[in-house]
Ligand binder design. Sequence first.
Ligand SMILES: C[S@@+](CC[C@H](N)C(=O)[O-])C[C@H]1O[C@@H](n2cnc3c(N)ncnc32)[C@H](O)[C@@H]1O
Length: 242
Amino acid sequence: MAEKEKKQNVRKPLHKIFTDIPNHYDLVNHLITWGLDKRWRKAAALKCLSKKPQRMLDLCCGTGDLALTVARLADYPIEIRGLDFSQPMLEIAAQKASSLKGKTIAFDQGDASKMPYENGHFDCVSNSFGFRNLTYNNPQSKEHLSEILRVLKPGGRLVVVESSQPRSSFVRFFYHLYMRYYVYWVGVIVSGNKPAYRYLSESTIKYYSPSELEKLLTGAGFREVNYYPMLFGASGVYEAIK
Ligand SMILES: C[S@@+](CC[C@H](N)C(=O)[O-])C[C@H]1O[C@@H](n2cnc3c(N)ncnc32)[C@H](O)[C@@H]1O
């Protein structure tokens, strides 16, 4: 492992998690969501494209699935970049993107708290299943949100697809059991990485409800926050304007 990556692992525990799991990452995602993760990303991609952005950033792009979905669905020229701090995730993303026909996606390695882009560069910033990482119990949560605002144009949109909290306490009870046992053990058995899937199940169980996330976003300076729940609110798409 490069010296730079090692130093980053010590400074940011999440960075270690996401440099250790890429080989099993997609498979575990499909298994724990029964393949619904693809449908959820597609819903976010359609939201991104609904206002025909010219330049969009998929923040925390991981293995690139949301950026690739947007590229496949866009029926007009669009500049798409993906940013992630895990080089191994980005290598998988770049490999997948090499089979795209007639579209290109540029992938950049970088940290969400200090992005390598000019002010107001993007019409749309998307994030699939990485927003929890940026905001749950993260001492840099405020910096992440202000960086997103900085790189968005005035009137630009943030589109997030993320796990959420079902409104019904009955559904929430079973959803938390599912996260704590099924998701944790499938993750551990397939990837062999206990800390990664302990983090996933615990952070998902404790993550913000839609109203709490709306408060976080408006507190950071976003406006017109909309939430579209999916699967009884286990997951949902958030849209917010700069
Ligand atoms: C749960 S994965 C989601 C990946 C992808 N968007 C998807 O839909 O599968 C979260 C991603 O966020 C990245 N990440 C977490 N914190 C980050 C940060 N501060 N800066 C850049 N990337 C970060 C991780 O490396 C990881 O690839």
